[in-house]
Design a protein around this ligand. Structure first.
Ligand SMILES: Nc1ncnc2c1ncn2[C@@H]1O[C@H](COP(=O)(O)OP(=O)(O)O)[C@@H](O)[C@H]1O
Ligand SMILES: [Mg+2]
Length: 375
């Protein structure tokens, strides 16, 4: 999720198609929108002008939506639509929002600019067909430039991108704090109910054994020391489990591949594991991945009736690790507040990641997390 986008390099044939085929549309868009605008402005005094102006903006929307679609399909550039939603129900609120929305006017500017631009692009399209080297080497650059212009005029402006990013970071920070607090409570409860109880039992058994020794009851003392020994061993194993729940040692020593393979080895049916994460992601990403896989596998055993196959796939590119756990069970998984999966979603959000659950009734279930490796 970055504010700056990657440069695009569209395919020459698609660009040439785009340059040639979009031209008639640009003429139609220009003529219709200018007609509606002129009609709207000249009749504003008669009130009819306002609906005509709104109709002009509707036309602009249709053409710019088409432009976004073309940019996506032919130039490979996704341009989000940053339009405001009406602030209330009713036609008046819709019109009002439309007329004060800066996107409306940016879109209008684009439609007007698109005609002169379209003429130049159309000529470039014809030259591309006539002179193939031009089509192969220059046309894609023209396409990329068009895509960049369309993105800057039709996509969200920088201020609203930064605003959205700030909102997202604020939400992710809040969820991070909640997740840490929940984790702290869990550790406190585990320590209190587990190891602490065992150690209390050890102390009591040893105290009573000492008492028995003082009264020369060696057999009684031996039994109590045996019980204390057993409790001490349990306390050690509970502490080890607790530590593993915070940061599994195998993860630190041998990385994600080994750690995930050891998780899947405990499953009652074979699980296909594929982990390609070189170079090694930062520790918080590894731990989050580990816990997402661990909880999802536990869920498969607990909830996915009929599942007899599952796959775990972890891949990374320059800036994201993608984790996917798929099973062929009955489906129906959902993110309920306070449950395991939503805890994982919070954990992912705390490092700016996103967890998605796709689990239609009848299956299959896909749990996917996109975790950035840079913040
Ligand atoms: N792999 C799965 N297949 C089918 N249902 C699932 C699966 N994973 C989770 N679910 C359903 O989604 C619910 C939420 O899962 P989760 O958040 O982990 O909560 P829980 O604490 O119940 O495991 C579960 O109660 C279960 O009904
Ligand atoms: Mg669960």
């Amino acid at each position: 999720m970055s504010v700056t986008e990657k440069p695009v390099r569209p395919h020459p044939l698609r660009v040439i198609g785009f340059l040639l085929a979009s031209f008639p549309l640009r003429i139609a868009a220009f003529v219709l929108v200018v007609l509606a605008l002129v009609l709207g402005i000249t009749t504003t005094m008669l009130w009819i002008g306002i609906p005509v102006l709104v109709a002009a903006t509707s036309l602009t929307r249709v053409f710019t939506d088409l432009e976004r679609g073309w940019c996506r399909v032919l130039l490979g550039v996704e341009i989000p639509t940053p339009r405001r939603l009406p602030h209330g129900p009713g036609l008046l609120a819709t019109w009002q929002t439309r007329l004060v929305d800066p996107t409306t006017w940016r879109e209008l500017n684009f439609v007007l600019l698109a005609l002169p631009l379209g003429i130049v692009e159309f000529v470039a399209g014809i030259v591309s067909v006539a002179v193939p080297p031009f089509g192969i080497f220059v046309a894609p650059r023209i396409g990329a430039m068009h895509a960049a212009l369309a993105r800057s005029m039709l996509g969200p402006d920088r201020a609203s991108q930064l605003e959205a990013r700030a909102r997202q970071l604020k939400a992710s920070r809040a969820r991070g704090i909640d997740a840490v607090e929940a984790e702290r409570k869990r550790i406190e409860r585990d320590l209190h109910d587990g190891a602490q109880q065992r150690l209390v039992a050890v102390a009591m058994s040893l105290g009573r054994a000492q008492f028995k020794l003082d009264s020369d009851d060696a057999a009684g003392a031996r039994a109590l020391i045996g019980a204390a020994h057993a409790d001490a061993k349990l306390a050690v194993s509970e502490l080890r489990d607790l530590a593993r729940g915070i940061y599994p040692p195998v993860l630190q020593d041998r990385g994600l591949d080994a750690a995930l393979s050891s998780l899947t080895a405990r499953m009652p049916f074979p699980v296909d594991v594929s982990v390609t994460v070189e170079p090694r992601p930062p520790a918080p990403v590894e731990t989050t991945t580990y816990f997402i896989v661990s909880e999802s596998l536990t869920n498969i055993v607990k909830h996915a009736q009929g599942a007899d196959r599952a796959a775990v796939r972890v891949t990374r590119d320059d800036d994201t690790v993608v984790v996917e756990i798929v099973d062929n069970g009955q489906g129906g998984a959902s993110l309920r507040p306070g449950s395991g999966l939503s805890g994982l979603a919070d954990r992912a959000a705390s490092i700016d990641g996103v967890l998605t659950v796709v689990s239609p009734i009848g299956g299959p279930t896909v749990i996917r997390a996109d975790l950035p490796v840079r913040w």
